[in-house]
Design a protein around this ligand. Sequence first.
Ligand SMILES: Nc1ncnc2c1ncn2[C@@H]1O[C@H](COP(=O)(O)OP(=O)(O)OP(=O)(O)O)[C@@H](O)[C@H]1O
Ligand SMILES: [Mg+2]
Length: 262
Amino acid sequence: MDKEYILSVSNVSRTFKLIDGEFQALKNINLHLSEGEMLAIIGESGSGKSTILKQIACLDTPNEGTVILKGKNVTGKKPADVCHSMQMVFQDARGSFNPRMTFLGTIRESLKHAGIKDKDAQIKKAEELVEMVGLNKDVLKRYPANLSGGQCQRMAIARALAAEPEIILCDEATSALDVSAQAQIIRLLKDLNESLGLSVIFVSHDIALVDGMCDRVMVMKSGQIVEEGPIHEVLSDPKNEYTKQLISSILSIKDEPITFAS
Ligand SMILES: Nc1ncnc2c1ncn2[C@@H]1O[C@H](COP(=O)(O)OP(=O)(O)OP(=O)(O)O)[C@@H](O)[C@H]1O
Ligand SMILES: [Mg+2]
């Protein structure tokens, strides 16, 4: 029998109907996530990274294939059926919050949904969650407009953790941030992965960011997985031509001298 994975995606394909025909965004995707694993999915814009996460989180339904979560077939289920095990963190953290609600209000809603009904228990848990993501509990009194992009992204992770999920799906969760805030957020995810045993799928177009943080990487191009393996192996000895191009493009960006406008 196959090894038990916390998440298994088998032969998933997704075709969208368009006015003038159809477009196959995912072609026979196979993906397995072990408990406590941190998996990176990288690839250029339009390669299908968000589409595969949507199939996993039941935000969309594949035309073919299956998604198995903790041994149960969840293909075609609703997000509410899987949100206790799996939470998604998006690129636009600020936009994902209600601008008229304090963070305490937002996190209490998530905790209520997760079954914590007592107000004092909600407040205590909310304070624990913000501390866990490296923020001061005072930020709970603030509104989304009052925090930086990096702080909002930490809050989005705190809200995701409120459901006590086993898996976190991050869709370009750091792309809107500057380089140092990006590194801090992925470091935070790595710490949570290690301390809580969280399984993480981290989608990015930036192979340099995931280097050293994720255990394994899958490289997507045109709706297919063109290469996968332990991250250090893929980076040091890429087999696929497209992966080689992705890696050499980072090296060439790193080689560019930094110039400042006067
Ligand atoms: N609902 C839809 N209807 C039609 N086409 C879609 C739909 N959703 C996605 N696509 C197409 O599927 C392809 C993959 O989209 P997806 O959003 O998964 O890319 P991505 O890898 O996440 O890109 P990015 O890095 O820009 O976020 C794109 O060509 C996109 O236009
Ligand atoms: Mg995307």
